[in-house]
Design a protein around this ligand. Structure first.
Ligand code: S3P
Length: 205
């Protein structure tokens, strides 16, 4: 090993140490303990397929906030929207999120509108690395157009609805710790990237 390499290595290690201690300070001061991973993002961004793959690779449990609501209430999401209205659904969502704070080693996949409530994002961030799966309106439409179970897309112009909702929600999605563009990657590639990010962040604590 040459003196130059040693110096370069030393610089690299110092930088790494500084970075790790910065990250440690960040976690300590922010009061975060990253023991879970949460996926947020618009309908059709791939949260379910990516979440299941990530859970498999990390040997974590997999949970979906919509599935929890359905099993708690015994009703479908569409039925809750239709009979009780969207605010009632959002209240159920918030309850589910606040009940998850004691989970560990869990992938938490969330409904597309969940991060719009700042309390939900704040709660998830106390115990989970929050990863947003991003997709363009065109890609989203391509993925959801054959599906009928999402009440918000029962609209005379679903493509416009997607564009409008996405534009309104972008500011919330961008509060994630990690943002991954899914337009150009397969679910497997996205999952790999997410696992890598999680391992990086978790080892920095
Ligand atoms: C919603 C997304 C849905 C579900 C509900 C509302 C939204 O979940 O929570 O239909 O507001 O974007 P997915 O993102 O899993 O489709």
């Amino acid at each position: 090993m040459t003196a130059e390499t040693t110096l370069a290595e030393c610089r690299y290690n110092c930088a790494l140490e500084t970075w790790n201690s910065k990250l440690e300070t960040l976690w300590m001061h922010s009061g975060r303990r990253i023991v879970n991973l949460s996926l947020i993002g618009f309908m059709g961004a791939g949260k379910t397929s990516v979440g299941r793959l990530v859970a498999e690779q990390l040997h974590f449990d997999y949970l979906d906030t919509d599935e929890l609501i359905v099993s708690r209430t015994g009703r479908s999401i569409a039925e809750i929207f239709k009979t009780d209205g969207e605010p009632a659904f959002r209240a159920l969502e918030q309850q589910v999120v606040s009940d998850l704070t004691n989970r560990t080693k869990t992938i938490i996949s969330t409904g597309g509108g969940l991060p719009v409530n700042p309390a939900n994002l704040a709660s998830l961030k106390t115990h989970a690395l929050v990863v947003c799966l991003w997709a363009s309106p065109e890609k989203i439409w391509e993925r959801v157009k054959g599906q009928t179970h999402r009440p918000l897309l029962h609209d005379p112009d679903p493509q416009k609805k997607i564009r409008d909702l996405l534009a309104a929600r972008e500011q919330f999605y961008k509060q994630a710790d990690v943002l991954v563009n899914t337009d150009i990657r397969s679910a497997r590639e996205v999952a790999q990237h997410v696992v890598h990010q999680f391992r990086l962040e978790a080892s920095g604590q």
